[in-house]
Design a protein around this ligand. Structure first.
Ligand code: MN
Length: 340
């Protein structure tokens, strides 16, 4: 039986921590202004910010911040929108270069950093090859997908090679939010809703529900998807997804195959959620009730959120010590094959 002393000795692994290489930031700054997309214009505000840039790309700044806030390890992932706004060739080559640098950083600081590989879904077979290289050769811990790719979502059959590779290599996919695609962004713009305040969850939640309703987990039953921000709203919708799918089902989606299971069952068996940017104990308790402690992971959302607030939140949460230890590090170690 774990006690509070055991919790105090448990390391804290944060699992949604934004990173970038100087080459990525340069490519973004050079090319983003020529991409006619409201979302890219929005993302440029933080991706090209000088102060943010240091936190994304300078490991010494990051290590100092981690030390100051008592966070033991960052699972790093390329800042949204990552390589997914570029054309297929540039996206593919930037992903590979980014992953090389990320793996080098992890080799230098194996106790402080682990990493999720960037891939470019624009080239699905290239992305599948990069999954294999990232896991087998570079020893990285999973895949980051910064949600939609030019307005397309992973339930599209064109992305099958990528999902196949992720399942085969047991690489969890962290489905990180992006700004809503151009087909969706207009009504968000009036009040600045495209970003973290609402649009990110609307977009990433949509992506996750599309994967469930699109039968992705009937095709890839072992695939694991990780959602930030306490599940981008999905835990709150479990009843309604099942209820409405149950009585409307195919009327919603004429011509689509019936799912083998209820929508909520895929969410409970193929998804994990993290605490990034949602440092609210009521929500943590709801996550524990709906998905269980084994599916919740600690995350901050560095450098956008306060590491100290995130750490105090999990440290002070009134939950059983066993569950706290799972959330702090044990689940991350198991899911992402991080050496204990
Ligand atoms: Mn994030």
């Amino acid at each position: 039986m774990a006690n509070e002393n055991a919790v105090q000795g448990t390391r804290l692994i944060a699992t949604e921590e934004a990173f970038a290489t100087p080459e990525y930031l340069e490519a973004f700054s050079n090319i983003a202004p020529s991409i006619p997309s409201a979302g890219v214009r929005y993302a440029a505000q933080f991706v090209t910010d000088q102060e943010m840039g240091k936190r994304f790309s300078d490991p010494n700044v990051r290590l100092a911040d981690m030390g100051a806030s008592g966070v033991d390890m960052h699972l790093l992932s390329l800042v949204s929108p990552g390589v997914q706004i570029f054309d297929a060739d540039l996206g593919t080559s930037l992903a590979a270069k980014t992953n090389d640098r990320l793996a080098e950083l992890v080799r230098l600081h194996p106790d402080r950093f682990a990493g999720l590989a960037a891939v470019a879904p624009q080239n699905p077979t290239g992305a599948a090859r990069e999954v294999e290289r990232a896991i087998r050769t570079l020893g990285l811990n999973g895949i980051i997908i910064n949600s939609h790719t030019h307005g397309e979502f992973l339930d599209d059959p064109k992305f099958t090679p990528l999902l196949e590779a992720a399942q085969y290599h047991k690489a969890p996919i962290y489905l990180h939010p992006s700004f809503p695609p151009d087909s969706m962004i207009k009504p968000f713009e009036d009040y600045g809703l495209h970003g973290a305040i609402w649009g990110f969850a609307a977009e990433a939640g949509l992506h996750a529900v599309r994967m469930v309703l699109g039968g992705v987990f009937d095709r890839f039953p072992d695939l694991q998807v990780v959602l930030g921000h306490m599940g981008e709203g999905l835990p709150y919708f479990l009843f309604r997804l099942d209820n409405v799918y149950g009585f409307l089902g195919r009327q919603h989606a004429p011509g689509r195959a019936r799912l083998d299971r209820k929508p909520s069952e895929y969410i409970r068996s193929n998804m994990h959620i993290t605490t990034s940017g949602m440092f609210w104990e009521d929500l943590l308790e709801f996550g524990l009730k709906t998905l269980g402690a084994e599916r919740i992971l600690f995350a901050i959302d560095y450098p956008f959120e306060s590491s100290k607030i995130a750490r105090d939140f999990i440290t002070n949460a009134s939950i059983p010590p066993e569950e706290k230890m799972m959330i702090m590090s044990q689940n991350a170690e198991r899911l992402f094959s991080i050496r204990a």
